[in-house]
Design a protein around this ligand. Structure first.
Ligand SMILES: *[C@@H]1O[C@H](CO)[C@@H](O)[C@H](O)[C@H]1NC(C)=O
Ligand SMILES: *[C@@H]1O[C@H](CO)[C@@H](O)[C@H](O)[C@H]1NC(C)=O
Ligand SMILES: *[C@@H]1O[C@H](CO)[C@@H](O)[C@H](O)[C@H]1NC(C)=O
Ligand SMILES: *[C@@H]1O[C@H](CO)[C@@H](O)[C@H](O)[C@H]1NC(C)=O
Length: 462
């Protein structure tokens, strides 16, 4: 019975997303949705898609207070720099009257865009300096994704991405704006362009989408990549610029992990290059190139809720600005972030420390995974995660289907959750099933506990 409801729910979900139809009453039979609008019912139903949200969030492991809680490996936070961040903010921040007023918060207030532009200029090696006026600020990057979606596409239009990729873009661009994420299959080609022509893969997906009636409005990358921790080569970035220009579509580069890199220069894999650093003359028009950046990842401050688009596209700036009133940042957050960004000595030491700790945790985690024989996406040198292959632990492996609602990946995730390990099934999308994003930027004792639980859960699964 439960399975039937879930199946109906998924079918209904797909339909509701496309057609904005009223949700079938079976969606959530305990909830009366008759007073909702069609949109409201669709949104309510989306809350009940199985495994859509990261497991373990409200029952977190704590050595002393909640030892049986879940070690949350699914949420991409940097827990390695919290002490330094909290101390800095508690020691240094005093609020001013303007921080409480509209003018201190609208678009981040007067100072934050300048401080952020200067930060980007210091760390991203932009080809031409970023100006404060190139930035729009909202309460985090998720609303910025949404406002960008509303501005560049109509319902049913597509955003082209290469896999592996962060899964919640489907929500960010789809929930309200109704855009579809179109996945380019890599078919064995390195998605970051280390070998072979990755752009050819995007061309194929673009044509395929066109044939099925989807108008692709943008190509989007996450660089450094979420969930693999790999960085795009300059060649791939140049190729993507030409690709976007050729098709007159936007190129969006989400660079939210830009400084959370730990390349030791001996790695054979590419280190981080911002699209902003490339001489784009004759490659792509300024109007088509956009970068996302914010405080959430590199500053370990997701709760500050500050995200920016960097763009010189005047029309896009107007379109986004007209709707930022729905997700404006807080003046307190802007004041805190401004103080941090203006203190360049602090930023420099904070980022250095963060990189060292991320690398230590990465080395520790990969060594552990090697020892227990878990395969993972190699060559990560950025981000907070390792993309691990748990396909050998699936039951009924041969029947794996990426569309089934009663997927063996859900069963595996449930087994892990029962063992106190929170990993998110099928959310970081790739062509192959049973890859999970493991967030290793945790305090060492939490990481150890989680990895030990993972080890025994997997051993009992085999
Ligand atoms: C921040 O606080 C520390 C003390 O924790 C102090 O040494 C430092 O000068 C302060 N920095 C600024 C920019 O006020
Ligand atoms: C750099 O990374 C490689 C691969 O992880 C490792 O073998 C090597 O020891 C590292 N070198 C330094 C100086 O950290
Ligand atoms: C940027 O590229 C253009 C076109 O290839 C070239 O003419 C120009 O010299 C380049 N600028 C710099 C500073 O390299
Ligand atoms: C899962 O499938 C892969 C590839 O088809 C195969 O190599 C592996 O042995 C299978 N594992 C199990 C447990 O069936």
């Amino acid at each position: 019975m439960l399975k039937k409801i879930v199946t109906l729910l998924l079918c209904g979900f797909a339909e509701a997303t496309q057609l904005l139809q009223p949700a079938p009453s079976l969606f959530v039979n305990s909830v009366d949705m008759s007073t909702l609008s069609q949109r409201g019912a669709k949104s309510a139903a989306l809350q009940h898609v199985p495994w859509r949200f990261a497991p373990g969030g409200n029952n977190r492991y704590d050595k002393d207070k909640n030892p049986t809680g879940v070690v949350a490996f699914a949420t991409a936070e940097n827990n390695l720099v919290q002490d330094e961040l909290v101390k800095y903010v508690n020691d240094n921040i005093t609020f001013q009257a303007t921080d409480f007023l509209y003018r201190g918060s609208t678009n981040g207030g007067a100072k934050f865009p300048k401080a952020m532009a200067s930060h980007i200029n210091a760390f991203f090696k932009p080809f031409s300096p970023v100006q404060a006026s190139d930035l729009i600020t909202t309460s985090g990057l998720t609303p910025m994704h949404h406002l960008t979606a509303l501005s560049i596409g109509d319902p049913g239009d597509g955003i082209l991405v290469g896999r592996p990729i962060y899964g919640r873009f489907e929500l960010d661009f789809g929930n309200v704006a109704g855009l579809k994420i179109v996945y380019a299959d890599m078919d064995g080609v390195d998605p970051f362009g280390e070998n072979g022509d990755v752009i050819e893969r995007y061309e194929i997906a673009f044509e395929k989408a066109l044939k099925s009636g989807i108008k692709v409005k943008a190509v989007m990358i996450v660089n450094p990549n979420n969930p693999t921790g790999r960085c795009y080569t300059k060649d791939a970035l140049v190729g993507l610029m030409k690709f976007a220009q050729k098709h007159k579509i936007h190129l969006i580069s989400d660079e939210v992990y830009a400084l959370s890199t730990f390349d030791n220069k001996t790695s054979r894999y590419s280190s981080f290059t911002s699209v902003l650093s490339i001489n784009r003359t004759n490659l792509i028009s300024d109007d088509l190139l956009h970068v996302f950046y914010g405080m959430s990842k590199d500053f370990g401050a997701a709760g500050l809720k500050l995200g920016c688009i960097v763009t010189q596209d005047a029309a896009l700036k107007d379109a986004i600005s007209s709707n930022t009133r729905f997700s404006g940042p807080s003046g307190m957050s802007a004041a805190i972030a401004t103080k941090i960004l203006e203190d360049k000595a602090f930023v420099s030491s904070f980022i250095t420390l963060s990189r060292e700790r991320i690398r230590d945790a990465y080395v520790y985690t990969t060594k552990f995974l090697d020892e227990i024989g878990v395969q993972y996406w190699k060559g990560g040198n950025a981000g907070f995660f390792i993309y691990i292959d748990l396909s050998p632990y699936l039951s009924g492996n041969s029947s794996v289907s990426m569309s089934a609602s009663d997927n063996p990946e859900f069963d595996l995730a449930q087994k892990l959750l029962d063992a106190g390990v929170g990993l998110h099934p099928r959310e970081e999308h790739w062509e192959k099933p049973a890859f999970f994003r493991l967030v290793f930027t945790q305090e060492r004792h939490v990481l150890q506990e989680g990895l030990n639980r993972l080890k025994s859960a997997l051993q009992s699964t085999k």
